[in-house]
Design a protein around this ligand. Structure first.
Ligand SMILES: *Cc1c(COP(=O)(O)O)cnc(C)c1O
Length: 387
């Protein structure tokens, strides 16, 4: 292995692994959590839940925000609020984190899988049109790795075909299309605050909407389906999808610094892009033309046909790990995994397969240093030469 490192210009300073993601508390996280504890309001009633919802809605310039336990609950709650269930179909991208499709299954509906563009990993609107049937009720575009989908086309398709649009913005807090934040363009937008997302609350999620009836329904359903005017009286079978006041305290403190966090992530990603742009055999997904993206993980794609072999990317990631870099593969295409084999799909889904087997998600977080980025890039370049 020693020989591998001869061509690496930059040396790593510390012997520890560069993690894929690192959480940083740069604001009031500790103060708010302590305050929540001292108030003894530690379940889902409390001022931090209300403040987090109000400020998240303001940030997205929408009328309503509803906190939930996590991003998957957010998607499921959105589907339930729109009364999507058995016998219905919901269009999802084939290239996404599995939670998007799992939430559809939990609702009783079935996901229909749609391919990515050939030059961009997000869902291809021209492929959406091909799978719409009389059973289709909704589209869930996913703003993957912080890149906005072509919402103008997707919203037009939805309008023409009388479909709901639920945006999965779990990886794209703060991304914009024509000055509007992603998540605020469809009927409901869903977010996750898992530890590695743009901002975090530990576990946590949010649904946003401009339709008060939908917001009220989501509040009722997340609280067991209880009638808000009549305690212990249930009009529907609901869920316990509530967020705790302690969780909301962390989320609120993170939200106060979101623009700074996004700017720091962009600075790091810009350096990656600068160093990798002219690198032969490397394809960067440049910021989408549909809006202002945010930088979640730094995805890099390798053109070499070596990566057509499914094991090449795994071996590459293992080598990076041995060099002290925690890179991740990008998501597996849904249709390749057992639970989703049954799903109807648009064609051969070959673009999503290409993206899945040719790419890595490199570390990206506000505390990542320039030296670390130089080291990561020179290591990647050296390993590419050895293929
Ligand atoms: C993280 C994520 C989710 C699920 O969020 P959880 O909070 O982990 O439940 C859903 N969709 C996408 C695209 C995600 O990245």
């Amino acid at each position: 292995m020693g020989g591998n490192f001869m061509s690496i210009k930059y040396k790593k300073i510390s012997s520890s692994v560069i993690p894929n993601a690192v959480v940083e508390f740069r604001g009031n996280e500790k103060a708010y959590v302590l305050d929540a504890l001292e108030s003894t309001w530690i379940s889902s009633v409390g001022k931090y839940v209300e403040m987090f919802e109000r400020q998240f809605a303001q940030y997205h310039r929408v009328a309503n925000a509803v906190t939930v336990s996590n991003g998957t609950c957010a998607l499921h709650l959105a589907l339930q609020a729109l009364k999507i269930g058995h016998g219905d179909e919901v269009i999802v991208p084939n290239f996404t984190f599995a939670a998007t499709a799992n939430a559809v299954f939990h609702s009783g509906a079935t996901p229909v899988l749609v391919d990515s563009y050939s030059d961009h990993w997000n869902i291809d609107p021209d492929e959406i049109v091909k799978v719409i049937s009389s059973r289709t009720k909704a589209i869930i575009p996913v703003h993957l790795y912080g890149q906005p989908c072509d919402m103008e086309k997707i919203l037009n398709i939805a309008k023409k075909n009388n479909l709901y649009v639920i945006e999965d913005a779990a990886e794209a807090h703060g991304a914009e299309i024509c000055g509007r934040k992603v998540g605020s363009l469809g009927h409901i937008g869903c977010f996750s605050f898992y530890a590695n997302k743009i901002i975090t609350s530990g576990e946590g999620g949010m649904c946003i909407t401009n339709t008060p009836e939908l917001a009220n329904r989501m509040c009722m359903l997340r609280d067991h389906g209880m009638n808000p005017q009549k305690r212990y009286w249930n009009d529907e079978v609901g869920f316990n999808y509530r967020m705790t006041n302690i969780t909301a305290a962390i989320g609120l403190a993170q939200l106060e610094f979101i623009d700074e966090i996004i700017a720091l992530r962009k600075m790091k990603a810009d350096l990656y892009r600068e160093l990798l742009e002219a690198c032969p055999g490397v394809r960067l997904i440049m910021p989408a033309p549909f809006g202002r993206s945010v930088d979640w993980l730094q995805c890099v794609y390798f053109e070499s046909e070596h990566f057509d072999q499914p094991n090449t990317i795994e071996d590459f990631i293992l080598k990076l790990k041995k060099a002290g870099i925690d890179a991740r593969r990008t998501f597996y295409p849904l249709d390749a995994m057992p639970p989703y084999v049954v799903c109807r799909r648009s064609g051969d889904l070959k673009n999503s397969h290409w993206f899945s087997s040719h790419g890595v998600a490199l570390p990206l977080y506000p505390l990542l240093t320039e030296e670390e980025i130089h080291y990561i890039v020179s290591t990647v370049k050296a390993f590419l030469k050895e293929l």
